[in-house]
Design a protein around this ligand. Structure first.
Ligand SMILES: [Zn+2]
Length: 118
């Protein structure tokens, strides 16, 4: 996988497919966020301001679980899902290193969507 630095196209960090422009998505709870879903199943959330990442995280994770908030909260980071935070350079229209207060993409990929018995 090439680094985001040398590639001007926005690509999913998990599968390297080009992603579509983020769109408004309405959640089951009636609020909206900006993001989308990659063909590989990863979801992404675009936070224009870069300082609502907590909300973006929750929205994205719930969306990744098809709206199942209980399931979203039962998941363990790095075990059940991976999350990648990428800064977005709006002038050059490409990913850059994630920094606070810059537009940010959060990518979340659930590793296994089948129920687990522990
Ligand atoms: Zn993908």
């Amino acid at each position: 996988m090439k680094s985001a630095e040398e590639d001007p196209i926005l690509k999913c960090p998990f599968c390297s497919r080009p992603i579509e422009e983020p769109a408004e998505i309405r959640t089951r709870f009636g609020n909206t966020f900006t993001g989308g879903r990659c063909e590989c199943g990863a979801v992404y959330v675009y936070d224009r301001s870069g300082h609502n990442l907590g909300d973006a995280y929750v929205d994205g994770l719930t969306y990744a679980c098809n709206g199942d908030a209980d399931r979203a909260w039962s998941l363990t980071p790095d075990v059940d899902y991976e999350i990648v935070e990428l800064g977005y350079d709006t002038r050059r229209k490409r990913f850059s290193d994630a920094r606070r207060k810059t537009p940010t993409f959060l990518f979340i990929q659930i590793k296994d969507l089948t129920p687990k018995v522990r």
